[in-house]
Unconditional design. Structure first.
Ligand SMILES: [Zn+2]
Length: 249
């Protein structure tokens, strides 16, 4: 590691749980972030700053004025730009060592599978159930860990679906497809809440890559921001789950 890197990452390297070895694992890793909005913004910023080697950013949308209240990776000069373009410009300024790859298209299952096969960790920063189920399917098939979060109104949640055979997947937790599609476009969301949940996704991602501490595998953490109360729910693999029950047999 060069002097500039030792300096840039010194506050992480001095953590005994990471040390130089952990920092090198981060520098050699590839994380894919699906959705460059409210959750994807802080997640991408912290992962780029922390020294993830490659970030693949997926979003087909362009920056809109109504995004700026919470999507802090983009600013007023970016309105009209593709979100991945705006994201790349700002992330590259933050850390030129981070390699950024843009995917500017709606993600279909085959593309998600390709992404899951190539990435060490996937971050689900989308805002709809169809994408969440498809991303989960791709991660189960490719045995890629998935860090999933959501935020709506004053409520946030996050969990980790790991690639171990006994680990539950997103669909073990939410078996019912066709659930009413709630998103912040229709329901609103308080700005810092997406920052909290997206930052937690970055943190869980770093722990997965460096095998540090215990992740939220098998645990769903929810936040009610109105009274700042956290709750934790444990969940198990569903032996009849349509997505993962045959994946490792
Ligand atoms: Zn499952």
């Amino acid at each position: 590691m060069q002097d500039a890197q030792l300096s840039r990452y010194s506050r992480q390297i001095m953590l005994p749980e990471l040390d130089i070895q952990g920092q090198q694992q981060l520098n050699n890793s590839h994380v894919a972030i699906i959705g460059m909005g409210g959750l994807g913004s802080p997640a991408a910023m912290y992962l780029a700053a922390a020294g993830i080697g490659q970030l693949t950013l997926c979003d087909f949308d362009r920056v809109d004025l109504s995004n700026l209240q919470r999507q802090i990776l983009h600013n007023s000069h970016d309105i009209g730009k593709h979100k991945t373009v705006s994201a790349q410009q700002h992330l590259q300024a933050l850390n030129p060592e981070c390699r950024i790859v843009q995917i500017q298209q709606k993600m279909h299952l085959s593309k998600m599978s390709e992404l899951a096969a190539n990435a060490d960790v996937l971050l689900d920063c989308t805002d709809n159930f169809a994408s969440r189920f498809a991303l989960n399917q791709a991660c189960v098939e490719q045995a890629t860990p998935l860090v999933s979060a959501a935020a709506i109104r004053w409520e946030g949640q996050i969990s980790v679906f790991s690639n171990e055979p006994d680990s539950a997947c997103y669909q073990c937790l939410y078996p019912a497809e066709g659930e009413e599609n709630q998103n912040c476009v229709n329901n609103g969301v308080i700005a810092p809440l997406v920052g909290i949940m997206g930052s937690m996704q970055a943190l869980e991602c770093i722990k997965l890559i460096t095998a540090t501490g215990s992740t939220l595998k098998g645990r769903l953490l929810t936040l009610n921001a109105l009274d700042m109360s956290w709750r934790e729910f444990k969940f198990l693999k569903d032996p009849d789950c349509k997505a993962c029950s045959h994946a490792h047999s």
